[in-house]
Design a protein around this ligand. Sequence first.
Ligand SMILES: *Cc1c(COP(=O)(O)O)cnc(C)c1O
Length: 360
Amino acid sequence: MTIYNFSAGPAVLPREVLQQAREELLDWHGSGMSVMEMSHRGKEFTSIAAAAEADLRELLAIPSGYKVLFLQGGAHLQFAMIPLNLLRGKPSADYVNTGEWSKKAIGEARKFGAVNVVASNTDRNCTYVPAFDTWQRDKNAAYLHYTPNETIGGVEFNWVPETGAVPLVADMSSNILSRPIDVSKYGLIYAGAQKNIGPAGLTVVIVRDDLLGQVLPGTPTMLDYKVHADNGSMYNTPPTYGIYIAGLVFQWLKRNGGVAQMEQANIAKARLLYDAIDASNGFYNCPVAKPDRSRMNVPFMLKDAALDGDFLKQADARGLLQLKGHRSVGGMRASIYNAMPLAGVQALVGFMNEFARQRG
Ligand SMILES: *Cc1c(COP(=O)(O)O)cnc(C)c1O
């Protein structure tokens, strides 16, 4: 039986990548060593890290005035590093609240400075993106932070806020590399690896050069972007195996047409699933406003929550795994990241239709 893993994260990785990692596990390219055993300063690993960075730069067309950092601590540590590094003596930062991850970022930033919540979607249970013309922005804000894809609520921006001189900061943990982006519109982009990049333990940060080197007094060395930038992400031991696997994923993306091709595939997968939900006569329903529905994380409810247990059990028996929704939302959630093949979504939709016929 083919297994399809719909976990929100850590999440499915391309099968080819896992196979290549297995082949290279004990002996990387004739070095006689596993990548796990290599010095991070040796020529073998430095070549792996350099290739990973070059491939990511190519995939996202990252301009030369930006550093790419391979860090640890997950997106959660970025919630603190961003204010520590980017407040730069200014009194406050702007934040958009579109759900659980925005809220966490806001809570952490409040430890370091004033936070101005420019817009929020809590009035409708975090199910839409507030229109840009309603945002109460501060033109003197140190930066504006938003979450382009709310992994839990399944709310995704299909546009980029235009913040002028105020640096735009984005938590792309769950939709980086799922579509082309214009990096030059951002001051900083960050993403925990375990959704769309690779294994947990690696965090990717893309940061504009002029934002480096102005940390709050007392900032620990490890939380200073400039320290990592000046040391090529090797100030201390980086997450070497995570960087290696991420590099294999980047090569897989390049072989498969890059992010433009991924976007087409992701549109097709998401359309198939949302169409099945919308065509189910209310047996399934997705609470998110249609224009703001995520291509990556699809939450849906059964009309009768008493059927949830049975749905999950039968899905499991068919190899459709990890569909249980986040505890704060309930129902189901199918995460359909880059590495989820169309066949996986077809199998899920086939099962959903059958289950609705049986129980509807
Ligand atoms: C998963 C996720 C996080 C948390 O990531 P950690 O690596 O566990 O810190 C933050 N933001 C978004 C959008 C996420 O999807």
